[in-house]
Write a protein that binds this ligand. Structure first.
Ligand code: FES
Ligand SMILES: [Fe+2]
Length: 448
């Protein structure tokens, strides 16, 4: 029923588009004039609960090792994650509440964060524990409470789930975590909520940063058509290559948590090609068949670091090749990473030239035409535009021409354009191959 309604709405939208194609495309993506508002009422309503502010998987748990904090940015805002003395994860604004220094270059001593500028120390709850260090003792003595409440870390809610660290990014950090309003339960972002049994899988992961618009990368990962052309030579699947021209029956469903599209071959005997699930704001899940039975799941998390800077965490979960010894023998991890990096480099070739584009409305109205296969992308842009109008995440910590952008530059840890990651991986493959040859040859010599 839901599908029928969705299809109906889309048919309606298409009819309007056909009779007045250019203006409706523009109208769907821009929403400022009265005339546009009239058209907007004909659009599919945005049923998704989550907007651009909400739960994001911002890094893998492996990024937080030992006492090393993890620095990053979200919508331009410098942030940091570390483990406090009780091993609780804390996500804080990277700003010391004494005189505004960054904690880069600071220390974590016995689970307490120490500012590199004047040595203020902060407890797990964010309270300064050595006020006397940063102001005269007698002032502290007479006015302790006043200082203690002011000199306090600003925090975001932070949780570890499924080897990911999630933060509830609201754009407004708080000195009191209890006061933070959580609009949506984190369960709506978690794979097991949708029937995937992640405990039955092994996974490989890579992280790559892009210098391009966050929204464009998400769009790219919702786009199945480009797989055949851009990645046709790289994806190890005989059905995905440049010579395959295929079209699919799409079955799109939306509820308050997700948009999902199932792509089925038009030839009935060929069955299903793939399913794509979008869990806003930043998560995409790609798999085949029912979630409980899928042999393979791809999970992509998109993190809006800053304007035209975004991070993607890609995980490939598999139910096959689970033997660690065998995998290490065949260099499975390195070989899979090789494919990841190649796929990213191919995407980056396209995405890097689409950097300035908050919205498809930027493109002249007659320049683009979304086709039938772009239906999911249309729904995505529909959500994005609504969320952008409502949440305005880029207006919270705007970068002006004279803003020091050092945090944004430092946040780029895994840039794809300099090929360092791919080259490092290739070197590892060569070294491991040589090691695998030398050891048996050495043993053979010893035996002789
Ligand atoms: S700015 Fe951090 S202690 Fe002064
Ligand atoms: Fe791609």
């Amino acid at each position: 029923m839901q599908n029928a309604m969705e299809d109906d709405r889309f048919q309606q939208f298409n009819k309007v588009k056909l009779s007045n194609g250019a203006s409706i495309t523009k109208n769907l993506l821009e929403n400022t004039s009265n005339e546009k508002k009239t058209h907007k009422s004909k659009q599919p309503t945005n049923q998704l609960k989550s907007g651009l502010l909400g739960w994001y998987a911002v890094c893998s748990i492996r990024e937080i090792s030992g006492d090393d904090p993890y620095f990053f940015t979200m919508f331009n805002e410098p942030l940091m994650i570390y483990k406090d003395k009780d091993s609780n994860l804390r996500c804080i604004k990277d700003l010391c509440p004494h005189r505004g220094a960054s904690f880069r270059g600071g220390q974590i001593i016995d689970g307490e964060l120490v500012c590199p500028y004047h040595g203020a120390k902060f407890s797990s709850t964010g309270k300064c524990t050595n006020l006397s260090r940063i102001t005269c003792n007698h002032i502290v003595d007479s006015n302790y409470n006043n200082y203690a409440t002011k000199i306090h870390l600003y925090q975001y809610l932070c949780k570890e789930v499924g080897d990911y660290i999630f933060i509830n990014y609201t754009g407004s950090s708080s000195t009191n975590l209890e006061e933070i309003e959580v609009k949506e339960n984190i369960d709506s972002k978690i794979l097991n909520t949708y029937g995937f049994k992640t405990e039955e899988y092994k996974f490989e992961e890579v992280i790559v940063d892009f210098k391009c618009d966050w929204a464009r990368i998400v769009e790219n990962h919702l786009d199945i058509l480009h797989l055949f052309w851009v990645h046709g030579e790289t994806i190890p699947d005989a059905d995905v290559n440049r010579n395959v021209i295929t079209s699919f029956n799409q079955e799109i469903t939306r509820d308050s948590n997700q948009i999902e599209s199932k792509y089925k071959y038009k030839e009935k005997d060929k069955g299903e090609f793939i399913r794509i699930k979008f869990l806003p704001p930043g998560r995409i899940i790609i798999y085949k068949g029912n979630p409980e039975e899928s042999r393979y799941i791809q999970v992509l998390d998109h993190i809006p670091l800053a304007k035209n800077q975004a991070r993607v965490i890609v995980r490939h979960y598999r139910k096959f090749l689970k033997n660690n010894f065998f995998n290490s023998l065949i260099l499975f991890k390195n070989l899979q990473h090789r494919i990841f990096y190649k796929v990213f480099a191919e995407d980056y070739m396209i995405l890097r030239t689409q950097t300035f584009n908050d919205q498809m409305g930027y493109i002249e109205k007659d320049n683009v035409k979304l086709l039938g296969e772009d239906k999911m992308i249309q729904y995505y842009w529909d959500w994005y535009k609504n969320s952008l109008n409502e949440d305005k995440p880029w207006d919270i910590h705007p970068i002006k021409s004279d803003t020091n952008s050092v945090h944004q530059e430092l946040a780029m840890l895994y840039p794809p354009e300099n090929k360092i990651l791919a080259e490092k991986n290739n070197r590892e493959i060569v070294v491991k191959l040589i090691a695998r040859l030398i050891i048996p040859i050495g043993l053979a010599f010893l035996l002789i």
